[in-house]
Design a protein around this ligand. Structure first.
Ligand code: C2O
Ligand code: CU
Length: 517
């Protein structure tokens, strides 16, 4: 409660390991990369595919010799992968058997407000008290948002389960879904409530990109572990041990010392010497990575990017390194044909220290499968409309900053000087229009918009970075940087939100609503 009180963590680069595991950690590259199972519809009718996901607790051996309790969709971490088709509606019934309320957000999805997984739109487990029936609006009592209030009538509540409707009226893309419960997104995602969500379309099918077992999701996130194998998270530490440094960890966001890919610590993937497509997602609460291949290929680039957060690029872009902030996705092709059979290639993180310098490893075990595998990445990918600054019908500015709120001396992560106000709204863009939004910040804040996809127009007045290309829904605003984006508000009217996707910042109220009118 009131986790932000008396801290001053702003304005600095994230440095060092903030949360070390008490458990014994394995040597890297010992376990095979797991690939999350793909969910199957329970039925299909009238052009709609129906799915059911049960949120439940389960125990898994993540570190060798100990078991970790995860809270997962279908009891899995990552949750089962949902695969949809552009223009074909999907309905996902989420049943909550956890001891806590949840809200499921399809990140990057274009869905009506009632299916968007707003933080105040809860699925209550059986027997959990209804926040609408309590006085004073304190029902949410989070670990971080001491100064936030949600009035009883601002909650929307489903008991036991909720059906989310996803029209998928959007192009092929690498999306993901995760918990978004008011004040508790960070600890609940940390415990496992996240999964991949892929959308396919005809344009993508025509491209002959690597597919099948050579199209692999890589959900990257860091965690720390207690001696008994359970996830270590500061709010637990604080009550159990009162360990110093916890507040500090909180302010910068929580980072662990173990890197998991698809839920396994520093795994290894055996590959043939040909092209692979990786859907890279940074599902970490707060950690940013700069991914490289080590060694890199003798010739050619390490990564050929074919897609960004919300779809394929117009033309591929090559990168020797990929900086990736929480919630961003990079859809890339790696050509292992550039490495001799028998070699190993590390996916490294040049921003890491100690164990977090490693992410995973590829082992090239065989020649290309019959036919030589996927052909070269096509020079043209999708038709992507480039937005122009002149299209913007409004310009708005949002400042992401640590700020003293009220007279108490309490510092909070704010948007335009204010912590989240569930009943307020900071913008009312018109449906179907493009607006220019400018983000400024005092720290690294990965800014995410629900509903609206955007294109990065400028960074501190200059050109965007090479890695900023394409349609995005999350952009890393670096310390003291000014980032301009052109956002298109289309699909649905109503209340949506934008926020910092450092999940601790999000839980500490760095969020705001907007209203599409
Ligand atoms: Cu991925 Cu509002 O979140
Ligand atoms: Cu932030």
């Amino acid at each position: 409660l009131g986790g932000a009180a008396g801290c001053g963590g702003g304005g600095r680069e994230v440095a060092g390991e903030l949360l070390a595991s008490a458990a014994e950690l394995p040597e890297p590259f010992q376990v095979p990369l797991p690939v999350p199972r793909v969910a199957r519809p329970v039925r299909s009718a009238g052009g709609v595919d129906y799915y059911e996901l049960v949120q439940k607790a389960a125990r898994h051996e993540i570190l060798p010799g100990v078991r970790t309790e995860v809270w997962g969709y279908e009891g899995r971490f990552p949750g089962t992968t949902l695969v949809g088709r552009s223009g074909r509606e999907m309905r996902v019934k989420v049943r909550n058997t956890l001891p806590v309320p949840t809200s499921t957000h399809l990140h990057g999805g274009v869905q009506a407000p009632s299916s968007d997984g707003h933080p105040t739109d809860l699925v209550l487990p059986r027997g959990f008290p209804d926040p609408r029936r309590r006085g004073g609006g304190s029902a949410h009592a989070g670990h971080g948002g001491g100064a936030m209030t949600v009035e009883p009538d601002e909650w929307t509540v489903s008991r036991g389960s909720k059906e989310y409707v996803y029209p998928l009226d959007q192009p092929a893309a690498t999306l993901w879904y995760h918990d978004h419960r008011m004040d508790f997104s960070a600890p609940q995602v940390w415990r496992g409530l996240a999964g991949m969500f892929l959308v396919h379309d005809d344009e993508e099918d025509a491209l002959a990109l690597p597919e099948g077992e050579r199209d692999v999701p890589l959900m990257i996130c860091d965690r720390a572990f207690e001696e008994d194998g359970s996830f270590r998270y500061p709010s637990l530490d604080r009550s159990l041990t009162g360990r110093a440094g916890v507040e500090e960890a909180y302010m910068e966001g929580v980072m662990g010392d173990v890197v998991l890919v698809n839920g396994a610590p520093w795994p290894e993937l055996e590959v043939s010497a040909e092209r692979y497509r990786f859907r890279v997602l940074n599902a970490s609460n707060a950690r940013r990575y700069r991914l490289t291949l080590d060694p890199g290929p003798r010739e050619g680039a390490s990564f050929t990017q074919v897609g960004s957060d919300n779809g394929l690029l117009g033309t591929p872009r090559t990168h020797s390194a990929i900086p990736i902030a929480p919630a961003e996705r990079f859809d890339v092709v790696v050509d292992f044909g550039a490495f001799p059979v028998g070699s190993t290639v590390r996916l490294a993180n040049t921003l890491g220290e100690g164990g977090t310098r490693d992410v995973m490893r590829f082992r090239v075990t065989r020649r290309a499968s019959g036919g030589g595998g996927a052909p070269a990445v096509p020079r043209r990918l999708a038709k992507v409309t480039r937005l122009r600054a002149g299209q913007a019908v409004a310009e708005r500015q949002f400042d992401f900053r640590l700020k003293q709120v009220g007279d108490s001396g309490t510092k909070m992560w704010t948007v335009n000087g204010k912590p989240y106000d569930a009943s307020g709204s900071l913008a009312s863009p018109r449906l179907g229009t493009v607006e220019r939004w400018r983000f400024t910040s005092d720290f690294h804040h990965p800014v995410h918009l629900h509903l609206a996809h955007f294109q990065v127009l400028a960074r501190s007045g200059g050109a965007p970075r090479r890695v900023d290309a394409g349609w995005k829904d999350t952009v890393d605003v670096r310390p003291y940087e000014v980032v301009d984006v052109l956002a298109r508000f289309s699909g649905h009217r109503g209340r949506y939100m934008f926020h910092c996707h450092n999940l601790e910042h999000e839980d500490m109220a760095m969020m705001a609503n907007f209203q599409v009118v």
